[in-house]
Design a protein around this ligand. Structure first.
Ligand SMILES: C[S@@+](CC[C@H](N)C(=O)[O-])C[C@H]1O[C@@H](n2cnc3c(N)ncnc32)[C@H](O)[C@@H]1O
Length: 209
């Protein structure tokens, strides 16, 4: 059985009991270094995640009888490894693995809660490892985006300026961690700050009102 577990935004207080129960029962814990380090008392086998997703899929297929837990940040099905694993195994019992997913609190959900912003009609997307279509994206009133260090707050603000829009941006960095920082700025102000070093961040884009 493969269990993909959503770890929430990072702090232990935001992990679910279902997630912790699955981890306790795991024979093998698979995850990024940051996630594995959160469970120093885990006595089973660990496997560090790297960019070789095909290799991971092969290894998962080869270990059908083990209780494997794959740790994912936030919610596994929101731009996370849950999509890759479920698409790989769904409808393919020949591959011999059952998959279940335990949802977690996404970084976007966490940020919306912190700034008291309802998620109704919000357009959810990602610039993590991909370039979004900003012409399409910026037609939406309310957008939330997970990012990476190639397309982050500064680059997003530049795309907004390029289209002559007046937008407010909420930037949530290192959410749920001790060094959490949440700022609300106009896109123009984000451009003026320059291409500064942001921590792990989520950006919410709103219309200026
Ligand atoms: C591959 S995506 C995974 C998103 C994740 N599945 C979720 O639901 O939040 C990774 C991105 O999520 C965002 N992220 C995850 N945890 C975060 C945190 N604690 N603070 C700010 N952003 C976070 C960052 O934009 C990061 O680059």
């Amino acid at each position: 059985m493969i269990t993909v577990v959503g770890m929430g935004p990072g702090a232990a207080a935001h992990q679910t009991r279902a997630a912790l129960a699955a981890i306790r029962q795991a024979e093998v814990l698979v995850g990024g270094q940051r996630h594995l380090a959160a469970f120093p008392d885990f006595r089973g086998e660990t496997r560090c995640l790297n960019a070789d997703m095909d290799g991971l899929m092969r290894w998962l297929e080869q270990n059908p009888h083990r209780q494997i837990v794959v740790l994912a940040s936030g919610d596994p099905l929101f731009y996370g490894i849950g999509k890759r694993i479920s698409e790989h195994f769904v409808g393919l019992p020949a591959k011999g693995q059952n998959v279940r997913i335990i949802s977690g609190i996404s970084s976007v959900q966490y940020l919306c809660a912190r700034i008291l912003l309802d998620m109704n009609d919000i357009y959810l997307t990602s610039s993590h490892g991909r370039k979004p279509d900003f012409d399409w994206l910026l037609q939406h009133e309310k957008i939330a985006m997970v990012t990476d260090n190639v397309i982050g707050p500064y680059q997003i603000a530049q795309e907004i300026r390029l289209r002559g829009q007046q937008r407010r941006m909420v930037i949530g960095e290192n959410l749920s961690q001790e060094n959490e920082q949440i700022v609300c700025l106009s896109a123009e102000q984000v451009v003026q700050r320059g291409d500064m070093d942001y921590g792990l961040n989520v950006v919410v884009i709103l219309n200026e009102r």
